[in-house]
Design a protein around this ligand. Structure first.
Ligand code: ASP
Length: 413
């Protein structure tokens, strides 16, 4: 009997994406229906992803560290990762600022007299650093504070390595790996639902944000999307080709499922499991991906940085403020640091925009100008965020592979 060919997950997600756009456009007059009856299923799916992501990050980072068996190796991979993340984010915000300055003439001039935006308390840089370290063993898990979960995983992983080789260590390593496998299996089950999740998340957004609302901000959105694409194509292609030893075409093709998922969910953390699958299918080592990707989903936000640059210039132009070069340099620094504190969930980047605006004395109320279409900015910036994480993973994996090969040759001599 002929076996029925099953559509790949990527194909299923793509079909869901197209159907969501069509259904969203058809439901424009009934946006309430979409909000009330379709969105909740998307929320359920997102909740399931959030439920699984904490144990996945905790155990995959722990297993990654334990499998390296060497604290120094963890340090070397960690350092390469953080340097890459910081540099690409600085590039991203620079692209955002240059792009927005070029298109500035075409931006709409919107009156700013009645604007008000209530920013959450802005967090200082020192607070952000202090908040990385948990003061309690369970709260990072309960609050899904990813940076703190990562620190917990690092400490526990190092603890297991320091136990040294022996029976106890072997038992613990086996237990961690087994638990990791269990959570991965749970994740696979949840991911099977992603086409439904994508449809239910995206169609209400299209239904309530249809073409009309984009209207006056079309040029600002277009500028952000042009910068997103240029950054992804130029920076990631170059980096993946030169340092990752992979053709950019293969990279972007392999990333398609994660890209489509990020676009529909606007959540880097939610996309993490699919992103892990994509980079591993492209040949990245599990040891590296299990460490680099969760870290990236938490601290690396290139798309968010571009968005902040573009919006800052747009807001400044509406207020008739001209930003000087030193102010732009300050923004590059703050946006790079702000991306560390941005959570990988929908809308987080807009909250951090307040910090970037405040750093150069721009009125935070200006955020109200872009808040209405934030989701549309968010879909694109999340795609860039997760693609940046994956490019880093391919590069670090390739570097480690080369290093290991060299070491083997040296040992063999
Ligand atoms: N939604 C983005 C992400 O998850 C964060 C942001 O709002 O900029 O990567």
């Amino acid at each position: 009997m002929k076996e029925k060919k099953k559509l790949s997950l990527a194909a299923q997600i793509f079909i869901a994406l197209v159907l969501a756009v069509i259904a969203g456009l058809l439901m424009q007059k009934n946006a309430n229906f979409a909000e009330t009856y379709i969105k909740p299923f998307g929320t359920i799916f997102l909740n399931l992803l959030k439920f699984i992501v904490v144990p996945i990050v905790l155990f995959s980072i722990m297993c990654g560290i334990i499998s390296m068996k060497d604290i120094k190796k963890v340090g070397s991979i960690g350092a390469k990762t953080v340097v890459y993340y910081m540099c690409t984010t600085a590039f991203a915000i620079t692209f955002g600022l240059i792009g927005a300055n070029m298109f500035k003439g075409a931006f709409p001039k919107i009156a700013t007299t009645d604007l008000s935006y209530k920013a959450d308390q802005t967090i200082s840089l020192m607070d952000t650093i202090v908040n990385i370290f948990p003061s309690n063993f369970v709260s990072p898990m309960v609050e899904a504070n990813m940076l703190q979960v990562i620190v917990t995983a690092l400490i526990l992983g190092f603890g297991i390595i320091l136990l040294g080789e022996g029976e106890r260590n072997t038992r613990l390593v086996t237990a961690c790996n087994d638990l990791n496998d269990v959570f991965m299996k749970c994740m696979e089950m949840i991911l099977k639902l992603s086409p439904i999740g994508v449809f239910c998340l995206l169609s209400p957004v299209i239904a309530s944000n249809g073409p009309a609302i984009i209207g006056s901000l079309a040029m600002v959105l277009l500028t952000a999307y042009v910068c997103y694409i240029i950054h992804a194509v130029v920076v990631y292609s170059f980096a993946v080709k030169t340092m990752g030893g992979m053709s950019p075409l293969k990279f972007f093709k392999g990333m398609l499922p994660a890209i489509m998922f990020a676009f529909s969910s606007s959540s880097s953390v939610g996309t993490l499991p699919i992103n892990m699958e994509c980079v591993e299918n492209m040949g990245a080592s599990k040891e590296v991906s299990s460490f680099v990707l969760p870290l990236g989903a938490t601290i690396n936000m290139d798309g968010t940085a571009i968005y902040q640059g573009v919006c800052a210039i747009f807001i400044a132009s509406c207020y008739g403020i001209h930003l000087t070069l030193p102010q732009m340099l300050t923004m590059i620094l703050t946006a790079t640091l702000a991306s560390i504190g941005t959570a990988g969930v929908p809308g987080a980047g807009m909250v951090m925009l307040a910090m970037v605006l405040a750093s150069v004395g721009l009125p935070v109320d200006g955020i109200a100008l872009v808040a209405g279409v934030d989701r549309i900015f968010d879909m694109g910036r999340t795609v860039v965020n997760i693609t940046g994480d994956a490019s880093c993973c391919i590069i670090v994996s390739n570097m480690e592979r080369k290093k290991d090969a060299k070491r083997e040759i040296a040992n063999g001599l």
